[in-house]
Ligand binder design. Structure first.
Ligand SMILES: [Mg+2]
Length: 321
């Protein structure tokens, strides 16, 4: 089940612009603020010491696939020794927090369970708070992710043995991942349902792309949802970064610190930096992930998408500075 190739950066920009517009409509003055980020090039250790909390994205910041970002584990140990609290805020809706802890631990990156926040953890509450709890829905994601995170699994349209719903019953689509989407039953149901009436799209993993081996990009669940909604006919509710719910879950788990005392560290402008900026966090782009290959033209890229971080670091690993 091969995904189609990723369209060019212009197509990506269309979706980044939509995320940006959605947040700018909600937050007064955000448009201006996002354009004014100073993009100070700094050493991570000095920067971290200025904040009460450090929140890390995972992929592209702490690790790249099954490889750690060099020095990331040491950085966490140093933060812990210095008494600077941190947590991970990830758009992962596939692996359970326990799995994530084990996988990172195998890379020498040790996090306590209370330091791990995933968008999957925010989904059930979000569905309940938005009165969607008793509605049948289509889960776009794989079986493992459904086992970990699906709210009311018996109301899943596919992927679940207890499901007896018909495709026309679906009231919303929850995008967790797209590994089993293209060419499969999930795509068929979504396209068939889309012909008949509007559905609400819930973006759990709102990431648009992820870097692949050999420097190419791979589309992620958020991109699939945005493409399916290119004409804007579905209403979209975001759960993952850059949208509020997953950040608010992290915020509550961290004891509700003032937003400006939190440093959000991420490798993606359209999720980590945009969402962090929208909530008034200081933002730090690290170049070990998505935008690393664009280092030479970073100013122009940031200006083109209208999202400038406050700081830029080459890596959170000490030897990367
Ligand atoms: Mg990332």
């Amino acid at each position: 089940m091969r995904k189609p190739p990723l369209p060019d950066f212009q197509r990506l920009q269309v979706h980044i612009a939509r995320y940006r517009q959605a947040l700018c409509r909600e937050v007064a003055g955000l448009d201006q603020r996002l354009r004014q980020g100073k993009m100070h090039a700094v050493a991570f250790a000095e920067l971290a010491a200025q904040y009460s909390w450090i929140w890390f994205d995972a992929y592209g910041v702490l690790n790249r696939g099954s490889e750690p970002v060099p020095g990331a584990g040491d950085t966490l140990n140093r933060l812990r020794a210095a008494g600077i609290p941190f947590c991970m805020v990830s758009n992962n809706a596939s692996f359970s927090p326990e799995d994530i802890q084990t996988r990172l631990g195998a890379m020498g990156i040790h996090m306590a369970m209370e330091e791990i926040v995933t968008v999957g953890m925010a989904v059930k509450d979000f569905v309940r708070e938005n009165n969607l709890d008793d509605q049948p829905y289509l889960w776009v994601g794989d079986q493992d992710s459904a086992r970990c995170y699906a709210p009311q699994p018996q109301r899943l349209m596919v992927n679940h043995p207890q499901s007896s719903w018909r495709q026309e019953d679906a009231r919303y689509v929850l995008f967790s991942g797209n590994q089993e989407y293209y060419g499969g039953i999930q795509e068929k149901i979504l396209l068939a349902s889309a012909q008949k009436r509007s559905l609400t799209f819930l973006l759990a993993n709102a990431d648009l792309v992820a870097p692949e081996a050999l420097g190419s990009l791979n589309m992620v669940a958020g991109f699939t949802a945005c493409e399916a909604n290119i004409d804007g006919r579905f209403s979209v509710m975001g759960v993952g970064k850059p949208f509020r719910p997953v950040f608010e879950l992290a915020w509550k788990r961290c004891g509700c610190p003032p937003w400006h005392q939190v440093l959000m560290v991420g490798d993606a402008l359209e999720t980590d930096i945009l969402g962090g900026g929208a909530l008034g966090m200081a933002t730090c782009l690290t170049l070990t992930g998505l935008y690393g290959p664009m280092e030479g033209e970073l100013e122009q890229v940031c200006d083109r998408v209208g999202i400038r971080p406050d700081y830029v670091v080459r890596s959170i690993g000490m030897e990367g500075q």
